[in-house]
Design a protein around this ligand. Structure first.
Ligand code: FES
Ligand SMILES: [Fe+2]
Length: 450
């Protein structure tokens, strides 16, 4: 692997020209795992997947399998799902309830229960311990590797392997205010959302960045969704595929890499985004929520947003539909996409049912809008792998030079509605991270020549 790639040649964000190698090259992909994923805050799940003590949910961080768990003592923890003995996955389930994880290969077992071990994840059971190790095996040293940084932010759970990582709040910056729109209640109550249903997981043959940049602010691809608009998959008749909105702006955060299609902060009364659902009970429910929102936010600066990406691989839809997505890297040209759906905590069953059906016809492997995008991303990837195709750079010049600071938003920059400004911000951040050694590269890594 060459560490001496010319990242300035690969990403010329000033001129909006980016190499296709970013989307197909295996060496760059391997380097991303160390330099982007091993030092970034990554969404690993939602508190709603582990509501009770000893609940666990198996997730991923970059290309590593991890176990997210709420311990018996109520601490939220993340462990590498790989046995320190010979690497077997100690947990083969997607989710469940356990304080003890027994490796299926040679039977070492590990506990997260502080009443039984000094250090959560510690090795607690070793077959033939006396006979084979003279009872001398260091059970703390050979416990499950634990992720040092884990934060529950309004139910969304984030983790970062880098011991020197900045706090999540600094990492998110003012993009956090837009994430809040997804995680708060529709009435503006902090963290007033909960999960609806399970986690959708499916694979797409494309690079993870192709997905992340789309959700970071690509309003320009609206032509792709004409069929979903014509089919009127939205909640209101005659309104296309989603609630009508005034034209959003690409708002991004240089240096952080995040961005979305959003509105600048305002102290005006909040927009009423609810359409006519053609159902008096549901209309009354949403009117009541909006009334509460107007009261809760009166005179306060607030934001609104449709869709955004938190660098590197977390995206969210904050309005309708409303969901959190993680784009897990699988290979240079494959991802595993996860979607979790959100509703307000007190949503009546009838409204939940309406939303569940809407979310499914919009998003996920069977969703019409998602299907449009998956077709684009798959074909983009196929057409960028040939000897000639991979050598033709991509054009990211839409809205070039239109970047302007946003009042009331720390570090926020807007660049018009139809703009690739957020993608340029995303790839600048990617380049900065890729040019600096990752936090674990000094630990003697054979892949990188130590
Ligand atoms: S690989 Fe887990 S006990 Fe051997
Ligand atoms: Fe799309």
């Amino acid at each position: 692997m060459s560490l001496n790639r010319d990242f300035d040649a690969l990403v010329d964000a000033d001129n909006g020209v980016i190499s296709r190698e970013l989307f197909v090259d295996r060496d760059l992909y391997e380097l991303e795992l160390d330099r982007v994923f091993a030092r970034s805050w990554l969404l690993v799940g939602h508190a709603g997947r582990i509501p009770a003590p000893d609940d666990f949910f198996v997730s991923r961080m970059g290309n590593d399998s991890v176990i997210l768990t709420q311990s018996r003592q109520g601490e939220i923890m993340v462990f590498l799902n790989s046995c320190p003995h010979r690497g077997m996955r100690v947990c083969r389930f997607d989710q469940g309830n356990a304080a003890l994880f027994t490796c299926p290969y040679h039977g070492w077992s590990f506990s997260t229960n502080r009443e039984r071990v000094e250090v959560p994840g510690q090795l607690i059971g070793v077959p033939r311990s006396e006979e084979g190790y003279s009872g001398q095996l260091d059970r703390v040293r050979w416990g499950l590797k634990r992720c040092p940084n884990v934060v529950n932010y309004k139910g969304s759970i984030w983790a970062n392997w880098d011991p020197d990582a900045p706090p999540l709040e600094d990492y998110l910056g003012d993009m956090r205010r837009y994430l809040d729109v997804a995680l708060d209640g529709r009435d503006g109550s902090p963290g007033g959302s909960q999960l609806l249903g399970g986690v959708q997981k499916w694979r797409i043959r494309c690079n993870w960045k192709t997905v992340a940049e789309n959700f970071a602010g690509d309003l320009y691809h609206e032509v792709s969704h004409q069929s979903a608009n014509l089919a009127e998959i939205g909640l209101a008749k005659g309104k296309g595929r989603r609630d009508a909105l005034p034209l959003r702006h690409a708002i991004g955060f240089p240096g952080l890499g995040h961005g979305g299609l959003a509105f600048p902060p305002t102290t005006e009364p909040p927009l009423n985004l609810s359409p006519d659902y053609g159902d008096a009970e549901i209309n009354a429910y949403y009117a009541e929520i909006h009334g509460r929102k107007v009261q809760n936010l009166a005179g306060k600066a607030h934001v609104n947003l449709v869709v955004g990406t938190i660098f590197p691989n977390m995206s969210f839809h904050a309005n309708q539909p409303r969901s959190l997505a993680i784009v897990h890297p699988i290979s240079p040209t494959e991802v595993e996409m996860w979607r979790m759906y959100l509703v307000d905590r007190d949503t009546p069953a009838r409204v939940q049912d309406m939303l569940r059906r809407y979310y499914l016809r919009y998003s996920g492997p069977g969703g019409m809008t998602e299907a449009d995008d998956m077709e684009n991303w798959t074909q983009v990837t196929l057409a960028s792998q040939g000897a000639i195709g991979r050598r033709q750079p991509f054009n990211y010049q839409l809205g070039l030079g239109k970047e302007a600071p946003v009042d009331g938003l720390a570090g926020g920059v807007a660049s018009g509605s139809y703009s690739e400004g957020n993608a340029r911000i995303f790839y600048r951040r990617w380049k900065d991270l890729m040019a600096a050694p990752g936090p674990f590269e000094a630990e003697g890594d054979a892949r990188h020549g130590g």
